[in-house]
Design a protein around this ligand. Sequence first.
Ligand code: NAD
Length: 496
Amino acid sequence: MQTIAHWLDGKPFAGTSSATAPVTNPATGVVTGQVALAGVEDARAVIASAKAAFPEWRDTSLARRTQILFRFRELLNERKEELAKLITAEHGKVQSDALGEVNRGLEVVEFACGVPHLIKGGFTENASTKVDIFSIRQPLGPVAVISPFNFPAMVPMWFFPIAIAAGNTVVLKPSEKDPSSSLWLAELWHEAGLPAGVFNVLQGDKVAVDELLDNPHIKAVSFVGSTPIAKYVYQRGTASGKRVQALGGAKNHMVVLPDADLDLAADAVVNAGFGSAGERCMAISVVLAVGAVGDELVAKITERAKTIKTGDGTRDTDMGPLVTREHRDRVAAYIDAGESAGASVVLDGRGIQADGAADGFWLGPTVLDHVGTAMSVYTDEIFGPVLSVVRVDSYDEALQLVNDNPYGNGTAIFTNDGGAARRFHNEVEVGMVGINVPIPVPMAYYSFGGWKNSLFGDSHAHGIEGAHFFTRGKAVTTRWLDPSHGGLELGFPQNK
Ligand code: NAD
């Protein structure tokens, strides 16, 4: 059985703590490795490595930094299938989906190759007589990235390529459920020529996270995970004076108006609801069927969802297992609760015969109709292959439900009415909006982030906001010619 270690000073680091956690292949139920769980001393050792590497890295020219980034990009592109296989083995998502995740991460690496342009400063000549001013953006120092299980490669890549390109050093704390991708990425950086200590990996749980939040050498934290932990990370990190962006959970609603193309809408619901077994923060989990479309839409969704092949992601399947047995049982319990509360189970994934080992963590696509807004299937983030259909009478009622929801990550509207779509994107209180697009994940050069309980902090991930998050501004005022200050003058300097 393999041991999954930390990564420090450009090589694996076993750490001194003897604590470990099992890593499981969700498609077989077999424990495939033990991941190290850092103690405080291990965390401090990894942070010290990032701190020691910072001065030289921040003074490394942008030209050299971006050459290394380009090399990393080339290696990742050549070897992305290897990484996708690792993801499937620990997360369970099917191969095509794992490859999709790597490709979306790759887009951020490509964006980061152009970061020098985004962190350029400005220059003003003669702001005052013979006084010039320029502004620069400088890196922060060692920064932490704390990531969730559901995108073990893409979510870390939302942050670390930009952080590194901007001159920071990084400590990545991946999810303990699927930690191997982080080490694979660390090896790739090493091969690309990144100096030791610039990219480090700290494996662990709350102990590791708390040290990252409290340690004064960590200057910023980018967190992605569930809402209660995101809020905790934001509060504790900012209390110790750090810059924090903490992206949380979601409950994404898709509104289907009566004039929508129902075949297109049903395809979109099924793809966005059951892709990655619903374990995506941008998954659609609630369909708001407006007016008379309910019966026909539910029939079309169910007909399509029935054709999904659930099974081992290394085989020719569409949807893999859930990440752990506990999580599968928790999601199944939500279906039980919805049924008991009066929702109609029009497609039942409990007890599915999957194309995989008997001990895999299987749950098939499930569609619940006539869901009420007080039911736990509606109020809670389920994070599984469960679609709830809520019937509403009007656009206004649909909008109200989306806006009343405590989460505000993603949403979509399906319609052929441009005016309704225009109203929706203007009125909806959600950070990422799709119009006839079910998973509106922005490209790397836009920023990714939700509103309300889906994000704590002011900065969204990547894009210009990412480049700003990982740098801080400095304004420099200079006078070289005619250095006379006009003698002693204690009044506040005025521009002439
Ligand atoms: P999680 O909150 O359980 O874990 C996220 C990270 O926090 C992990 O690295 C974990 O080790 C750490 N952690 C867990 N408990 C902790 C504690 N008590 N104290 C300190 N650190 C702790 O989330 P998860 O189950 O890995 O991921 C799924 C969640 O992430 C879902 O809620 C999903 O919506 C959310 N998510 C959000 C986005 C987004 O962009 N908004 C993207 C992906 C996932």
